[in-house]
Write a protein that binds this ligand. Structure first.
Ligand SMILES: C[S@@+](CC[C@H](N)C(=O)[O-])C[C@H]1O[C@@H](n2cnc3c(N)ncnc32)[C@H](O)[C@@H]1O
Length: 352
């Protein structure tokens, strides 16, 4: 559900986009300076944590590096606050619309008052936004409409919504009827699932209620009967063999390796024999050279992603096979490195 911000919020969001866009040539400039310093993918230290020091030393006199880092640090810390302030300016208009959309429509949202979020999630300020996914009662709208559709979409290379639809083309079937999405958040991937499989019954699990409320409103506004639950991907509570597809988009990098493994095992359990799992996320580090790996790792750290390295170094295919899956395949969309997709099938008969 879209909204036009008031002048103050709009100007502040535009400034966040423009300052990061305008600083891009500085990134290209320090990359050139780094190349000329002789430090490259081969000469970087093998120890990933030692690479930052080596790069800083090589670029000690670089104004481009200093200013670019400053801008990115500012944007990283401030984008969430700016988006929240933009929402608060509009709250008088938006909240009545929210109440109406939550009350009327075919979608359902089930929250258990005794639900306890996993320990690795509690108190983590993902993306360095105050309080993380639960940092504002309307974080779903703040993140979906203001951060994702305005700030991320305009800063990120490629069409982030077309990518969500396109990864579904990597599935072997077009006739899924009972789909479970893990990490529904505000519903961006759920929309892609709905549009790709319009007759399927879609169920979503997600830890954050503010995010789920935005998904609920999106579903109701479009007449989609999604069943949304505040539950963890690794403990969905659904009966064995309840679904023919379990899918997720960019949640794995927010989970430690043990939770990813548990989510794969849960996907296996709730899939009917012959059903598929599709998980799409960030580029595995093994696909990058040492420089690419350092860049991804440092951006993740500065971007408030505490589990990115763990997720990007886990062997997802092995984890899927460990969970019992067969026909496991991994690769980037259209031969690119992002988004990275794993597909796997629960065998028709369980393996001995
Ligand atoms: C980057 S968002 C991805 C959102 C969505 N799938 C999309 O395509 O935009 C990650 C979401 O995963 C949720 N999440 C993280 N760990 C989870 C878990 N163990 N179970 C369910 N949801 C989880 C977070 O709360 C967050 O809303």
């Amino acid at each position: 559900m879209g909204a036009t911000l008031r002048q103050g919020g709009r100007a502040a969001m535009d400034f966040m986009v423009e300052i990061t866009t305008a600083s891009r040539p500085l990134g290209a400039r320090w990359a050139g300076e780094l190349a000329r310093s002789g430090l490259d993918a081969h000469s970087l230290p093998d120890d990933i944590d030692a690479r930052e020091g080596a790069v800083k030393q090589a670029l000690a006199g670089s104004e481009a590096f200093a200013v670019h880092n400053l801008v990115m640090e500012f944007a990283s810390v401030e984008h969430g606050r700016v988006a929240r302030d933009g929402f608060n300016e509009m709250a008088d208009v938006l909240l009545p619309r929210f109440a109406e959309l939550e009350a009327r429509g075919p979608a359902t949202l089930s929250c258990d008052p005794d639900f306890v979020v996993p320990d690795y999630y509690r108190g983590v300020w993902f993306h360095r936004t105050t309080g993380g996914w639960d940092g504002h009662p309307e974080m779903g709208f703040v993140h979906s409409e203001l951060i994702h559709k305005t700030y991320v979409a305009r800063n990120f290379g490629g069409d982030i919504f077309a990518q969500r639809r396109a990864v579904l083309g990597m599935l072997p079937r077009r006739d899924y009827a009972r789909i479970l999405e893990m990490g529904t958040s505000s519903g961006h991937f759920t929309v892609a699932l709905q549009e790709t499989f319009p007759t399927a019954r879609i169920t979503g699990v997600e830890l954050s209620v503010p995010m789920l409320k935005e998904a609920l409103r999106t579903a109701n506004a479009n007449g989609w009967a999604w069943d949304l639950y505040q539950r963890a991907a690794e403990a969905t509570g659904f009966a064995d063999a309840s679904f023919d597809l379990v899918a997720s988009y960019i949640i794995l990098h927010e989970m430690p390796a043990r939770a990813i493994r548990a989510a794969f095992a849960e996907a296996y359990r709730v899939l009917e024999p012959g059903g598929q799992m599709l998980m799409s996320d960030v580029t595995p580090y093994r696909m990058l050279d040492k420089m690419g790996e350092w860049r991804a790792d440092v951006q993740a750290k500065k971007g408030g992603e505490p589990y990115w390295r763990e997720a990007a170094t886990l062997d997802w295919s092995q984890a899927a096979r460990d969970a019992g899956f067969v026909d496991v395949a991994e690769g980037g969309l259209d031969g690119a490195l992002y988004p990275w997709v794993i597909t796997a099938t629960r065998p028709k008969a369980d393996q001995p």
